[in-house]
Design a protein around this ligand. Sequence first.
Ligand code: P6P
Length: 340
Amino acid sequence: MSQVTVTEHLLLHQKKTPMATGRFTSLINELILSAKIISREVTKAGLVDVLGFTGDTNVQGEKVRKLDEFANNVLIHRMRRSGVLCAMASEENGDLIHISGDLPRGDYILIFDPLDGSSNIDVNVSIGTIFSIYRRPLKKTGDKPSMQEVLQSCDKQICSGYFIYGSSTMMVYTTGEGVHGFTLDPSVGEFLLSHEDMKIPDQGKIYSVNEAYWNSWDPATKEVLAHFKSTTNNLGQPYSSRYIGSLVADFHRNLLYGGIFMYPARTLDDGSKGGKLRLLCEAAPMAFLVEQAGGLATDGTQRILDYKPTELHQRVPLFIGSRNDVEKVAEIYTKHQEQK
Ligand code: P6P
């Protein structure tokens, strides 16, 4: 197969849209360089002192691991210098990350989770970087974007994707023209096209959920799980249960094999009810990808891409994957809502 790089693919496969501009391509190339640097560090973890915790806690109240911080710093440093961003937001940082006046700026907004699945870093399980790109609204409120300019409806994403650091390092992305996968060839240091126009099977055979939260789920959620374990579902037999605890890895497997990943709302210790995953840097980018691959993504009933965020680190329940499976979840939740 002729070796197609990401840059070639962007230029070859974009309709004549602003996406094919050199500025967008240079943004993607800076992301790729960041991922290569992160991949190098992830793959040698254990040989050098990058495992374990930094001793800090992030805005999510989670302990920060050294590789988390390394990945975040690489992305912020490199992307600040891309010359095409007007603002960034990271899962690790409480507030927007602005581009200082002495650096060239542009009209793209980048939102990312620098190293998702970090609880798996020290045990050699696949982890990933998730990214989402918006264009700054035409109606600007000053030289620095306001939070309102960043908190756009999730269907305004112009690009989303992830890097997965596993048995190989891959990049999977969409710009609204299908989903395409590239595998890093370390011998040449390039991501080369390996999975063109990826499509998720309409019917899955795998469900992914952390069943430890069973007692914190409502009756509708318990019925959803019972459905996938039953012999009366579309398969006529129980689905396989696969849960890695790393969204990028669980999503990537389901994208290739078919299946549904679920992180339902649960009642927390303080009595509140909500999801864990972040809307802007986890659910929305994955939702854009899965819809482009023929799948669906909801909070149980509402389409994720129809969300208009109200805060940067807003969390959301997530049901994402094969169309038939996500539709079945919505059917069960709707039935319970109508019975109330
Ligand atoms: P739990 C990783 O921290 C993450 O954000 C996702 O990558 C993963 O799917 C989820 O949390 C795992 O959460 O509660 O099952 O450990």
